[in-house]
Design a protein around this ligand. Structure first.
Ligand code: QAP
Ligand code: CO
Length: 168
């Protein structure tokens, strides 16, 4: 297994739209394992392939308390089943150190495939719903900071760019 490098805002590759996964093979399984290892090591609850600079439509997450419920979604799609919005304080491994309240539809139905290409559907609410919506945004080149005012977003960008210069 391996820890992958997480790219950070405002890295331009975070804006790429990911392509569907078409091969369900050992290479995909190894990528998923490495994404879990990377997410757990960084104390994250969700990670999209885009964040490790791989532009394929898959994400991993684990919103459980004990960090023992890994979930993989390959080629995910969503349908809103409860359009009322609910607010959640979101962060992102690609936007380290920043948390902001973001409103999203409360309840969603998610269709996806597992690592062997098997299709499944789940309904999600609460933090699971927030996490899936946040991670699918990554696959479409979107970040939670895009929901903020440009004033806030640019402050975050400037601060992170400064940190990135200081650490390289
Ligand atoms: C997305 O985010 C999410 O700034 C996943 O210093 C967030 O795993 C879904 C993290 C909130 C639902 C609710 C962020 C770790 C992790 C940081 C994450 C940091 C260390 C963020
Ligand atoms: Co994120």
């Amino acid at each position: 297994m391996a820890i992958l490098k997480i790219i950070e805002f405002p890295h331009p590759n975070l804006r790429k739209v990911a392509a569907p996964v078409t091969s369900f093979d050992g290479k995909l399984e190894r990528l998923v394992e490495n994404m879990f290892e990377t997410m757990y090591e960084a104390n994250g609850i969700g990670l999209a392939a885009t964040q490790v600079d791989i532009h394929k439509r898959l994400l991993v997450l684990d919103v459980s308390e004990e960090k023992d419920k890994p979930q993989v979604f390959v080629n995910p799609s969503t349908e809103i089943i409860e359009p009322d919005l609910s607010e959640y304080d979101e962060g992102c491994l690609s936007v380290p150190g920043f948390y902001e309240k973001i409103s999203r539809p409360k309840k969603i139905r998610v269709g996806a495939q597992d690592c062997s290409g098997e299709k499944f559907t789940i309904d999600a609410e609460g933090i699971l719903s927030v996490c899936i919506q946040h991670e699918i945004d990554h696959l479409d080149g979107k970040l939670f900071v895009d929901y903020l005012s440009s004033l806030k977003r640019n402050r975050i960008r400037d601060k992170l760019q400064k940190d990135q210069k200081n650490s390289s």
